[in-house]
Design a protein around this ligand. Structure first.
Ligand code: AMP
Ligand code: ZN
Length: 112
């Protein structure tokens, strides 16, 4: 299986890594949509959040905890947004679960 984010985990594809635990990795989005735009992923391949939550709920919690750690590390004291695009209608383009951590500017609602 060829997966872009598995390639980043394997250090075969370069990325700006900002946070790492034994089972999660966080790196800057190449096409940032906010002053802070970081992607947090499980190192093990899962296509989306539902799949990970079903396979290993504690692991899903670790991904969320890593996202919170990134927000803290990035100094997003005024708030931030976590986005988990799932499926085509949501515009998911990389089918390896990733949490977008977005912050550093006011976020509109509803999202587009
Ligand atoms: P999504 O549309 O939710 O699947 O988001 C995929 C995200 O991955 C997009 O925001 C892309 O800008 C980002 N992206 C794609 N390739 C890379 C890469 N090599 N390094 C970092 N971010 C990437
Ligand atoms: Zn993958």
């Amino acid at each position: 299986m060829s997966c872009l984010f598995c390639g980043i985990v394997a250090r075969e594809i370069p990325a700006t890594i900002v946070h790492e635990t034994d089972r999660t990795l966080a790196f800057r989005d190449l096409n940032a949509q906010a002053p802070t735009h970081v992607l947090v992923i499980p190192k093990d391949h899962q296509p989306d959040a539902a799949a990970l939550a079903e396979a290993d709920p504690a692991y899903a919690g670790e991904v969320l905890a890593a996202a919170a750690a990134v927000a803290r590390q990035e100094g997003l004291t005024g708030g931030y947004r976590l986005v988990l695009n799932t499926g085509d209608d949501a515009g998911q383009t990389v089918h390896h679960l990733h949490v977008h951590v977005l912050g550093g500017r006011p976020m509109g609602w509803p999202p587009g």
